[in-house]
Ligand binder design. Sequence first.
Ligand code: NAD
Ligand code: MG
Length: 359
Amino acid sequence: MQQLTVELGERSYPIFIGSGLLEQRELFAPYIAGKQVCIVTDDTVAPLYLDALCRTLDGYQLSRVVLPTGEAYKNWTTLQQIFDTLLASRHDRRTTLIALGGGVIGDMTGFAASCYQRGVDFIQVPTTLLSQVDSSVGGKTGINHPAGKNMLGAFYQPRAVIIDTASLRSLPPREVSAGLAEVIKYGLIRDETFLDWLEANMQELRGLDHDLVTQAIARSCAIKAEVVAADEREGGVRAILNLGHTFGHAIEAQQGYGQWLHGEAVGAGMAMALDMSRRLGWIDAAACDRGIRIIALAGLPVRPPETMTPQDFVRLMAVDKKVLDGQLRLVLLEAIGKAVVTAEFDTETLQATLAQGHP
Ligand code: NAD
Ligand code: MG
């Protein structure tokens, strides 16, 4: 088992990474303050892992909430089901929520924990590669609004993140690729050596080679933890974690949540960010092509959907959370391994990037 720490003063917490951790009661117990526990999961993960986690937590006063699966349900109506169960089962302020599932479940459970009786503890047990390398770490929680993704939410840190790599065995290949998008992101923004390693090992990673995947998760979590520790509430550097996400969120919103997976949209969005960085003369063509090739190697799209026009992008990107005082800011690359958040680009270059996927 590997252990990392997200250093946030009194809100610091551990990340445990290893196979079979779902069965290790002693990992959970220190982070459960009271007798009550509410496990939140979705109806895809429930039949796979809910019983195992309940057995691990035998003896606690357990409630279970099984939500419908998918991004389309990351909304107020579904969130309400968590509160309904907590109240019906009389959970008090010492209760602990456990998010068992992918990023949708983690984001919703964390948000519920931030609101329920003005804030209760929660533990992340991420079961997708994407949630293990990204969404379970860092304390961003929330839900979607029809007008924009993740528009309602809170910064709220978990007490612990428990990553059971064995849970990846049931993950469909398309979801593995989606998770690899965020892994590649860390290399592009922060660590060229890691990107080299990813390029060399991509086929084994897609095949879920246990040791390599564990290493990829650990390096990804370490980079995320470092960036979050430097800027918990995204006043500055944390925004680099959104490489490809402004374009990607527009793709997700235009296609309807759940059509393109988040990681797929981020893959195409990172390819667009590489393209735009090249057009601005910040990286050369070889670096741009290499970045795009690695994204494609992971089985991800590198172009936006053909049905999406530059006008669609401009309209949908206007609600991005990085827009400040009406000005769009983008995460672009000054070099492979070095990202910046910037509004220093001309509209023509942006338009050229937006138009490249559109025939
Ligand atoms: P997800 O939660 O929808 O999970 C993807 C699919 O995999 C679902 O169908 C789920 O039921 C299924 N699944 C989960 N675990 C499984 C397993 N072990 N075996 C088989 N199937 C399994 O999506 P995701 O890709 O995990 O996360 C995407 C979400 O995360 C988006 O809503 C995105 O906005 C959010 N996100 C949040 C942050 C953050 O910092 N909070 C960061 C990145 C992404
Ligand atoms: Mg993401």
